[in-house]
Design a protein around this ligand. Structure first.
Ligand code: ADP
Length: 726
């Protein structure tokens, strides 16, 4: 029973009971038996929705009660805020919760005062590199979704961060939460942890494949589920679930597919809605439209009005939350989602349909089947404990051979083992430099010693392999002037800077090379190209016809781009150069004040992607600016201006105005048109003009004037000047 738990802050067990958590689920009870509330390290490999979060909460609460801090590492930045607000319910028991922004200056003091800190592994890594002192006070670190150490892009940072924290803080309790994986025992061995490896679920799960006119289930039974002429199998399943008064979660492989499927399935749902439900849905649709007036917002609202929605990482957080809530309230009855929803968000449904079990993989150059682990995580969202009699998760296929194939591949198959990806060069480059720069290792032997504490070392049985890749990496870092391999191993000034800036050393090398070649012909577009061609920027893909388009742009504007264009015969390199150019022109459009909507259309991306790209560019240009300063290059100012323009999304003349808090790109342009051209003019501006330019919004006008330092910003009896209205 929850009330029998010990070692937690007073009142916590009773509070959990009030929340409806009276008895621990079996894997939770096992975790407690193995000492998770007494500081024991633990790997919990249990299915999705089986209560992993509570295991972490118990560990963290107990650690804080013992006088330490707890760190919770989230897999996605978008989840940091959500997790933190979940933990905030314990604030009444004296626990304070903070989210790391990753900015060392602003995080330092603030986080030192929190008991529980939530951050991505990248942020933690960055804070450690910058010497955050509170790390030494940690009693417990939780790694959520630890199976992601297997992810080629982000896994190594999680792996090294855990290794580093554990090397630095003695007896650090490590709690690793994982989906069911093939080798949980290896993870436990790596982390010197106890293991809870369980298949238990709070609600029965039936799995199967829909083929033809029937659902074939894992227990060997078949149930009729007819598909009407002209409708998709998914539509038939959604309709069948609705008739049984249930909701359906449909997983697809791209944002575009999520939107398309939601649109189509909306007509299936709409046919079954009552008048009262329609009215409620219309209200939610209005809230969605109120968040923003983009096309995505409108598409989403239109679907929601008819009882369906889509969910993906390109949505604004407010949109995502409205969708999740409406789905939990059973107003929206079908959500079409990309797998991000399966990973972090607790939105169970009677039925889960995994419509797409393949996805496009750029690295592999085509469609690739999803991992068993991922599909099982999606399956895990089926069934709401206490509400549904059982959950049902199905794949769909339209060919008979596929039926058996899918059973073999996903229904009867065990999840894959987790494998370290640390040996990949970019990962090792970055982490080796950081380990040397922070003084964690001062000799090659110490470095190898540290790397020995990683999962990679635990898993590799090829003697000497770790040493030989490490030597290659050290040679690369040396050749680019980031480390000195004298008697001792140490980072150069530039190397230190690169590590603190948190860029891939290869990105830094590319930027340094380009910055050295920048001249008076180099334009902001050129700097955007420079950062877009580094490994730290995910470039836009070239679509059909883009090769011609951007080859033309390239030859027209070659002089603006620092560095030398690869030959057209160097296929890969030339394509990359063009993809970087496409990415750079997106940034240029943004700084030319083109509407987000137009940009999204022109490049075939979501508004969330535009922000993602421009934020990455802003960060990389910040790094470029510091590198140019360190190397005493003339282009520092030009880089800074390019950075600010991409940060605010404005032309040069608005840089000053857009920097005033609360102004932003659109308002800056309106003020400028009304004749208020910079911060000092705003400070002394005629209030009627400012109010007119800001479309009569008094609160906004007041706060903007206050931010600019206006002596008397109140708008009480000011009348907006109609001539200033845009
Ligand atoms: P996971 O992290 O494993 O995917 P969650 O921690 O999100 O799963 O748990 C899923 C749901 O189960 C949550 O709504 C949570 O409140 C609930 N839950 C967890 N433990 C218990 C329990 N012991 N009794 C009742 N409900 C629980």
């Amino acid at each position: 029973r929850v009330t029998d738990l010990t070692g937690l802050p007073a009142g916590v067990p009773e509070h959990l009971e009030e929340e409806g958590i009276e008895e621990l689920y079996p894997p939770q009870a096992e975790a407690v038996e193995r000492g998770v509330t007494e500081g024991e390290s633990l790997v919990a490999s249990v299915p999705t929705a089986s209560g992993k979060t509570l295991i972490a909460e118990l560990a963290m609460l107990a650690a804080v009660e013992r006088g330490g801090k707890a760190l919770y590492i989230v897999p996605l930045r978008a989840l940091a805020g959500e997790k933190a607000s979940e933990f905030e319910r314990f604030e009444r028991f004296g626990l304070s919760v903070g989210v790391s922004t990753g900015n060392y200056e602003s995080d330092g003091e603030r986080l030192a005062n929190n008991d529980v800190i939530v951050a991505t592994s990248e942020k933690v890594d960055s804070l450690v590199r910058n010497g955050a002192g509170w790390v030494d006070e940690l009693g417990c670190v939780v790694a959520d979704e630890v199976h992601l150490v297997d992810d080629a892009h982000r896994g190594p940072t999680l792996e090294v961060t855990l290794a580093k924290l554990r090397a630095r803080v003695s007896d650090l309790q490590t709690v690793a939460l994982s989906a069911t994986v093939g080798n949980a025992d290896e993870l436990a061995a790596w982390l010197d942890a106890e293991l809870v490896d369980s298949d238990w679920r709070p609600i029965e799960l039936r799995t199967g494949v829909h083929y033809g006119q029937a659902l074939h289930l894992d227990d060997g039974t078949t149930r009729e589920l007819p598909v009407e002429r002209g409708e998709s199998q998914t539509a038939a399943i959604v309709r069948d679930t609705l008739r049984d008064d249930g909701s359906t979660l449909v997983f697809v492989n791209s944002r575009r597919n999520a939107e398309g499927a939601a649109k189509r399935l909306a007509s299936v749902v709409a046919a079954e809605l009552s008048t009262a439900e329609r009215a409620d849905l219309a209200e939610i649709a209005d809230e969605i439209r109120a968040v923003s007036d983009t096309e995505t917002s409108e598409t989403l609202a239109n679907a929601v009005e008819r009882g369906a929605a889509f969910h993906h990482a390109g949505l604004a957080r407010e949109h995502r939350e409205l969708v999740e809530e409406a789905f939990r309230d059973r107003l929206v009855r079908t959500v079409c989602a990309t797998p991000t929803l399966a990973a972090g968000v607790n939105t169970p449904a009677r039925r889960v349909v995994v419509r797409d079990w393949q996805r496009y993989d750029g690295d592999a150059g085509g469609m690739q089947p999803l991992d068993v682990l991922e599909v099982h995580q999606m399956f895990g969202r089926a069934g709401r404990p206490g509400l549904d009699p059982y959950g049902e998760a199905v794949l769909v296929t339209d060919d008979h051979d596929g039926l058996e194939g899918l059973f073999e591949r996903y229904i009867y198959a065990d999840p894959e083992p987790v494998r370290s990806k640390l040996a990949a060069e970019p990962a090792l480059r970055t982490h080796v430099l950081a380990t040397v720069a922070t003084g964690f290792a001062t000799t090659r032997d110490e470095l190898l010693d540290f790397l020995d504490g990683t999962l990679y070392a635990e898993q590799t049985d090829e003697a000497g392999r770790l040493a030989s890749v490490t030597d290659d990496v050290l040679a690369y870092l040396d050749a680019n002037g980031f480390v000195d391999r004298g008697e001792d191993l140490r980072a150069t000034e530039t190397g230190h800077l690169v590590s603190r800036l948190y860029v891939d050393p290869m990105s830094a090398a590319e930027m340094i090379h380009g910055l050295r070649e920048a001249d008076e012909e180099t334009t902001p577009l050129g700097f955007y190209h420079l950062v877009s061609r580094t490994p730290d920027m995910y470039e836009l893909y070239l679509r059909s016809g883009d090769r011609e388009t951007y080859t033309d742009v390239l030859y027209e504007r070659e002089a603006e781009i620092p560095g030398s264009t690869p030959s057209e015969f160097e296929d890969g390199a030339f394509e990359d150069w063009l993809a970087a150019l496409k990415t750079a022109t997106l940034m240029e459009d943004w700084t030319e004040e083109l509407d987000e909507e137009r940009i999204a259309e022109r490049y075939g991306v979501g508004p969330g992607d535009i922000r993602g790209k421009t934020e990455t560019a802003e960060w990389l240009l910040g790094a470029a600016e510091r590198l140019a300063g360190e190397l005493d290059l003339d282009c520092v100012r030009a880089v800074r201006d390019a950075r600010k323009r991409v940060d605010y999304g404005v032309r040069e003349e608005l840089l000053d105005l857009a920097g005033v808090r609360g102004v932003g790109r659109k308002r800056a342009r309106r003020l400028y048109r009304a004749g208020v051209e910079d911060r000092s003019e705003l400070r002394n501006a005629d209030k009627a003009i400012v109010l007119g330019a800001l479309r009569g919004r008094r609160k906004t006008a007041e706060s903007v004037l206050a931010a600019a330092g206006h002596p008397n910003p109140e708008m009480d009896d000011v009348r907006a000047d109609p001539d200033a209205a845009p």
